[in-house]
Design a protein around this ligand. Structure first.
Ligand code: NDP
Length: 451
C-alpha cells in the first residue's frame, strides 16, 4: 500500500470508528473493503466528492424493536429485534435473519455491509440488508420458537415487503423459523407474496434453496481449483460448522470425490479419518435438523471418529478448508497450522470466518483464498431466483435452478479474476470481489443522486 492509500484508509476508518463506536466486526468488514478500494477511490475524485463510500457505509435505515413473548412455563421473555436496511441502490434490501445470543447492531451492520457487495456480485437486482435477534433457539421447544417468530414478525412486517425488503434465513433461522415468520406475515398482511425466501417447496420456495449456499461454495471452489489444474477428486477437506451451509457443502464435496474429515458446532469438532460418506452424512442431517443434537454424538455413533471438545478443526491436516460456521472462527495461528499442513485452498462458506491475520497469511503464501462475499453468494443468488419464481408465479425444476446457480458462481469467479488478478498472476479474490461489487452499487448511486 502506498502512503497515500494508507492515509486514505486511516482517515476513512477514523471516521467510521468515531461514528460507530464498539462495533468491531463492522469496523473489520469496512476496513477490508476500504483497503481494497483505496487505489480506485484515490483515482476517482468524482466518487470521493459524492461521498459514495461514506454513504455505502451508513445504513439507509435501522429498525430496533422489542420482541416480547411467553415461554412454555408461562413466563414473559423479552428479546431485541433488528433490521438493518443498508443499501437499496440496485434492488430491494435483501439479506438473512440471524437468531443467536451474540447478535448485536455491530454484527448485523457488518453482515448487511458485506451483503451489499455480495448481492451486487450475483448480478441479480438485490440491495443489501440483514436482521435478527439475540433470541437463542437452542433448547427452545417448537412452540416457543413459533411464539417468538410470531412476535418478531408482528413488528417486522411493517418494514418489509416483496418490493421493499426480502429477508431470508441465516444462523438459527432455517426452514422451521421461515415457516413461522411467513405464516404470521401472511396472517397480518393478508397476502401471499414472496416477502421471505427459503420458504417450503410447497408454498413458494425454490427447489435447491436449502442446498444453495453449500453447493454454490463448492462450485466456486471447483472453479478456483481449476485455475491450478486441480479438483476436489481425492482431496481431504476440513469443514467447520454443521448447520445449513456446512451440511450441503459437505454433501457436495462427497459427490465431487473429496473426503470430508471434520465438522463442528459451537461446542467442538469431530474428526473422522475414514471420511464422512453419504450414509454418515444422512446421520448428521437427521441429528442436526430433526433431533437438534450436538456434533459430539457423531463420535459416539461412529467410534472411529474422535471428538475434540472446545476446539476448532483447523489443526487437522487437509488440502482444502471450508469454514462454514461463523465470523472470526479461523485466526492467524490456525491459518499458519493449515499452511504448515499443506492446505492450498480456503473457500469461505460463512461470512467473514477468517480474521484479517489469517487472510494475510493465506495471501502471503499465495494459496487459493476466497472471501465469503464471493464464495457463499450461491444462497442469496438462489433466493433471488426464488423471488423471480414468486413474481412469475412459476416453479422451475431442480435442474434449472442448479444450472443457474452454477452459472452465477462461475460468473462471480470470472469477475474476481477480471478485477483481482495481480501483476504476478495471483488472483486476489478479496480485491476482485470488493472492486466488482462496489462498482455496480457506486454507479447506481451516482445515477440516483444524493439520497
Ligand atoms: P446454521 O444456524 O444452520 O449453522 C451454524 C453452524 O455454525 C452451527 O453448526 C453452529 O453451531 C455453528 N456456530 C454458530 N455460531 C458459532 C460460534 N459462535 N462458534 C462456533 N460455531 C458456531 O447457520 P448457517 O449454516 O445458515 O450459517 C453459517 C454461516 O454461513 C454464517 O456465517 C452465515 O452468515 C453464513 N451464510 C449462510 C447462508 C445461508 O443461506 N444460510 C448464506 C450465506 C452465508 P451450534 O449449533 O452449536 O450453534
Amino acid at each position: 500500500m502506498t502512503n497515500e492509500e494508507k492515509k486514505y484508509v486511516d482517515d476513512f476508518m477514523a471516521e467510521i470508528i468515531a461514528k460507530n463506536p464498539g462495533e468491531k466486526e463492522f469496523h473489520q468488514a469496512v476496513r477490508e473493503v476500504v483497503e481494497s478500494l483505496a487505489p480506485h477511490m484515490i483515482a476517482s475524485p468524482h466518487l470521493r466528492k459524492m461521498k459514495i463510500l461514506e454513504r455505502i457505509a451508513e445504513p439507509e435505515r435501522v429498525v430496533i424493536f422489542r420482541v416480547p413473548w411467553i415461554n412454555d412455563k408461562g413466563e414473559v421473555e423479552i428479546n431485541r429485534g433488528y433490521r438493518v436496511q443498508m443499501n437499496s441502490a440496485i434492488g430491494p434490501y435483501k439479506g438473512g435473519i440471524r437468531f443467536h445470543p451474540s447478535v448485536n447492531l455491530g454484527i448485523l451492520k457488518f453482515l448487511a455491509f458485506e451483503q451489499t457487495f455480495k448481492n451486487s456480485l450475483t448480478t441479480l437486482p438485490m440491495g443489501g440488508g440483514k436482521g435478527g435477534s439475540d433470541f437463542n433457539p437452542k433448547g427452545k421447544s417448537d412452540m416457543e420458537v413459533m411464539k417468538f417468530c410470531q412476535s418478531f414478525m408482528t413488528e417486522l412486517y411493517r418494514h418489509i415487503g416483496a418490493d421493499t425488503d426480502v429477508p431470508a434465513g441465516d444462523i438459527g433461522v432455517g426452514g422451521r423459523e421461515i415457516g413461522y415468520l411467513y405464516g404470521q406475515y401472511k396472517r397480518i398482511r393478508d397476502e401471499f407474496t414472496g416477502v421471505l425466501t427459503g420458504k417450503g417447496i410447497d408454498w413458494g420456495g425454490s427447489p435447491l434453496r436449502p442446498e444453495a449456499t453449500g453447493y454454490g461454495l463448492c462450485y466456486f471452489a471447483e472453479a478456483m481449483l481449476a485455475t491450478r489444474g486441480e479438483s476436489f477428486e481425492g482431496k481431504t477437506v476440513c469443514v467447520s460448522g454443521s448447520g445449513n451451509v456446512a451440511q450441503y457443502a459437505a454433501k457436495k464435496v462427497i459427490e465431487l470425490g473429496g473426503k470430508v474429515v471434520t465438522m463442528s458446532d459451537s461446542n467442538g469438532f469431530i474428526y473422522d479419518p475414514d471420511g464422512i460418506d453419504a450414509e454418515k452424512w444422512e446421520y448428521i442431517y437427521e441429528l442436526k435438523n430433526i433431533y437438534r443434537g450436538r456434533i459430539r454424538e457423531y463420535a459416539e455413533h461412529y467410534p472411529n471418529a474422535q471428538y475434540f471438545e472446545g476446539e476448532r478443526p483447523w489443526k487437522i491436516k487437509c488440502d482444502i478448508a471450508l469454514p462454514c460456521a461463523t465470523q472470526n472462527e479461523l485466526n492467524g495461528e490456525e491459518a499458519a497450522m493449515l499452511l504448515a499442513n499443506g492446505c492450498t485452498c480456503v473457500a469461505e462458506g460463512a461470512n467473514m470466518p477468517s480474521t484479517p491475520e489469517a487472510i494475510e497469511a493465506f495471501q502471503k503464501a499465495k494459496i487459493l483464498y476466497s472471501p465469503g462475499k464471493a464464495s457463499n453468494a450461491g444462497g442469496v443468488s438462489t433466493s433471488g431466483l426464488e423471488m423471480t419464481q414468486n413474481s412469475m408465479r412459476l416453479k422451475w425444476s431442480r435442474e434449472e435452478v442448479d444450472k443457474n446457480l452454477r452459472s452465477i458462481m462461475n460468473n462471480i469467479h470470472e469477475t474476481c479474476i477480471k478485477y483481482g488478478t495481480e501483476e504476478d498472476g495471483y488472483i486476489n479474490y478479496v480485491k476482485g470481489a470488493n472492486i466488482a461489487g462496489f462498482m455496480k452499487v457506486a454507479n447506481a448511486m451516482m445515477a440516483q443522486g444524493i439520497v
